[in-house]
Design a protein around this ligand. Structure first.
Ligand code: NOJ
Length: 765
């Protein structure tokens, strides 16, 4: 159905452009962008103050709660919708529900400005993909883009216009529950993944039916919460902010991300939601980004609790001036903005600017052309959770698995193994692989590891399953705290019995889906409950164990690393989890994943990351006064970039084409990589640099490139990287992004520990 308002605007624009061209023949034909700007201004000119504030107001539907429910009742919401005082809704699910909410606005409001519907489509809509941290372990940008694309197809087929994803907070703390939602600890990898996800969701044209608007969140610093405790204070300096936290956001902005979300946390005493420097100066100013900023759920009034605003009115004033364009369920804008304008505490131009940004996206999405274009029940029936989407999910899932240990080549297993014992409640769990932030992923809908193994082995293989012990007990859902079984070991005896007679034990341990995610920070990151005891009990009767580690965060698994011959990190892999795991267990897929985050030896090492600073005292063999813990080595148990294969790779002959370059002159680094094992395999070749002396101290290594190569046994390939001077830039003491002359090390290898390196100099101008 065409919107009448749109027809009026089109007439205005046609006459406008006719006027422009008749005044000056040389003036260009209006571009698509110009036309949208004309339309935005035309609508804005028709709006009264209540309608403008309405566009900045977002309500949750009562269907699904992903935050603290607001005090507004449904009757009032309905009235506001009818009056055109709501610009957006979140968590309104299904085509039927979005159609109805849209109808209320289109049939009752004066200007008939369509709603934009948002939802947390984080790793799939109904076809669930690996949790984002797990998917990042694939280092496969095409696969990541594809998964976002499928999520967008399914969400758009179900009435959604906008996802609150990707979460691109760099995080280096395994304790933080939301580490599962991001791309890990590295700003370079995080930036490339942010671009891939944004492009996957948005495609190249937001007006196309299968695309949805993306949202880069949480701006900024949310992943740096003190002690890894969700919502906690963040204290970081300028260098860390610019060099570590902001790059993925800048990459997302450059990739055209439609929206940003600010964050619950404060940075250096200023809540992100009210942070003018971040939102107004950097994002909208320096980066010239033209999308809109939504608050996090209730984060505007939370500035009162932070002790930064005395009431909603002041909170609204601070947020809007800081550049927050839409209030998610905070009810601060709707109660305070009109009064603030009347009192001249906010200039109307500030409101106009926010509204303009919201309308711009609605035009880009084509909502003014057809407010119901995403409300197609046929699409909802036919395009969601399809076999094709399941197959793609399985493909991404198997690529996300990381082989952590493979002593004596215990893996891959033989499909004709006589007897396999499958142990652990997670092995038979069809729900945990769906992970947290599961959108419309149906509970208990994943293929379990047990099922995956059954699907893969030969008819003669006998599989004995025993859970051993439960992990999570009682109700498991988004807002309810998870209870862990810490006492019940009654299933151990049966598990020991099947382990005794098995040729190999596949033991699935790790974390419940609701151990990670929002509000799920932990002070311990080892195996919770009685799992460690189960592992050691089984080990006593059968040492031939493959530990399948299913989790949403890096874990502390020292004992397993020392004693268990085979360890596979499988994260929470989504709908096809069990089949993907079996693909790797039995060698149909040779694992190629690499860790996007360091695994600690002890939680006391957190925050732990490879791209650390050297300090003034990195190491001494003579005395104790150097930077270390006296009870734990300094390095990670499994470092960033690490992951084994069923074959092996050898790196030799690192070469640079020059020993010195001028600014803007490219440098080429190459290496030879040989498959020294017996299977065809894929390897992620990683390029790191170190800027040896700089105006601000630089990390001892920084990822600056990666390429995936496939090699047959015995095959050697030369892999080259171009290092342009842009890659050498950082936020210097001059408060600018620039490359400083001096010496640099270039490292290439299969993980962040690589020592193979060469040196070059960036010459002075
Ligand atoms: C709060 C979370 O922090 C944010 O990431 C999410 O998008 C909103 N709730 C909406 O569910």
């Amino acid at each position: 159905m065409k919107n009448r308002l749109n027809a009026i605007i089109t007439l205005v624009i046609i006459s406008l452009s006719v006027n422009i061209t008749s005044c000056d023949k040389k003036l260009h034909k209006p571009t698509k962008k110009d036309i949208i700007e004309f339309k935005v201004d035309s609508v804005l000119a028709l709006m009264n103050i209540k309608e403008k504030i309405g566009q900045m107001n977002q309500y949750a539907g009562s269907w699904e709660i992903t935050g603290t429910p607001s005090d507004i009742d449904n009757k009032t919401k309905l009235e506001k919708l009818k009056n055109g005082e709501v610009g957006s809704m979140l968590n309104v699910l299904t085509v039927e529900a979005t159609r109805e909410a849209q109808r209320i606005v289109m049939e009752n409001s004066r200007l008939k400005i369509p709603l934009i519907f948002g939802y947390d489509v984080i790793h799939g809509y109904k076809t669930i993909f690996p949790v984002p941290l797990g998917e990042s372990a694939s280092w496969d940008l095409e696969a990541i883009k594809k998964s976002a694309k499928i999520a967008a197809q399914e969400a758009s087929a179900s009435g959604q216009h906008w996802t609150f994803a990707p979460m691109i907070d760099v995080s280096r703390d395994a304790r933080w529950g939301r580490i599962m939602e991001g791309a890990g600890e590295d700003p370079f990898l995080g930036s490339r993944i942010a671009e891939a996800r944004v492009k996957g969701f948005q495609g190249d044209d937001l007006s196309k039916e299968h695309t949805i608007a993306a949202c880069a969140k949480h701006f900024a610093g949310y992943g740096f919460a003190e002690a890894g405790k969700d919502y906690n204070t963040v204290n970081i300096g300028e260098s860390e902010l610019h060099n570590v936290i902001l790059p993925p956001f800048k990459a997302a902005a450059n990739a055209g991300v439609a929206t940003f979300m600010n964050a619950f946390n404060e940075i250096d005493g200023v809540p992100s939601t009210g942070n003018r420097n971040l939102q107004q100066d950097i994002l909208k100013g320096d980066w010239n980004w033209d999308g809109f900023m939504v608050s996090d759920w209730g984060s505007i009034p939370e500035m009162i609790t932070h002790g930064y605003a005395k009431n909603k009115k002041q909170a609204a004033q601070i947020a809007v001036i800081a550049g927050c364009d839409m209030d998610m369920e905070g009810r601060a804008y709707e109660v305070a903005l009109e009064e603030l304008i009347k009192e001249n505490k906010i200039d109307i131009s500030v409101i106009d600017e926010s509204v303009r940004r919201v309308l711009r996206l609605k035009f880009r999405l084509g909502l003014f052309d057809d407010p119901y274009k995403y409300c197609n029940s046929e699409r909802e029936k036919n395009e969601v959770f399809t076999i094709e989407n399941q197959n793609i999910s399985r493909d991404v899932a198997k690529k996300s698995i990381v082989l952590l240990k493979n002593q004596n080549n215990i893996l891959p297993l033989d499909k004709n193994t006589k007897r396999i014992a499958v142990i652990g409640s997670l092995a038979d769990d069809k729900d945990t692989p769906i992970g947290n932030w599961r959108a419309q992923g149906v509970s208990n809908s994943a293929v379990s590891v047990y099922e995956g193994i059954q699907n893969a082995v030969s008819k003669t293989t006998k599989i004995d399953y025993e859970k051993g012990a439960d992990l999570g007990v009682g109700e498991r859902s988004f807002l309810v705290p998870l209870k862990i079984n810490k006492t019940d070991k009654s299933g151990f005896t049966k598990a020991v019995k099947v382990a005794k007679t098995a040729d190999v034990v596949v033991l699935v341990l790790g974390e419940d889906a609701f151990q990670s995610g929002e509000g799920r920070s932990q002070a311990n990151v080892g195996l919770a409950g009685v799992q460690q005891e189960l592992l050691q009990t089984i080990y006593k009767v059968n040492k031939n164990i493959v530990l399948v580690l299913m989790n949403g965060r890096p874990m502390e698994i020292n004992w397993a690393d020392k004693n268990i011959p085979g360890i596979l990190e499988v994260w929470q892999l989504g709908s096809q989890s069990g089949n993907a795991i079996a693909d790797v267990l039995f060698g149909d897929y040779n694992p190629s994943g690499k860790l996007p985050v360091s695994f600690p030896r002890s939680v006391g090492q957190e925050p732990l990351y490879y791209n650390k600073k050297n300090t003034g005292r990195p190491y001494s063999s003579q005395h104790v006064t150097y930077s270390h813990h006296s009870d734990t080595p300094n390095n990670a148990l499994y470092p960033f970039g690490y992951g084994l294969s069923y074959t092996s790779f050898d790196y030799t002959n690192l070469q640079l084409n020059k020993k010195a370059i001028k600014n803007n002159e490219p440098l080429f680094a190459s290496v030879e990589i040989t498959n020294t094992g017996k299977r065809i395999g894929k390897e992620v070749v990683q390029l790191y640099i170190r800027d040896l002396v700089a105006s601000r101290t630089r990390p001892i290594k920084e990822l600056k490139g990666f390429k995936m190569v496939s090699l047959k046994p015995g095959e050697t390939k030369k892999v080259s990287f171009s290092i342009n001077t842009e890659l050498l830039q950082f936020y210097t003491a001059n408060k600018k992004w620039e490359a400083e002359p001096g010496d640099f090390n270039v490292f290439i290898g299969g993980d962040s520990r690589t020592t193979l390196h060469e040196t070059f100099e960036l010459l002075k101008e």
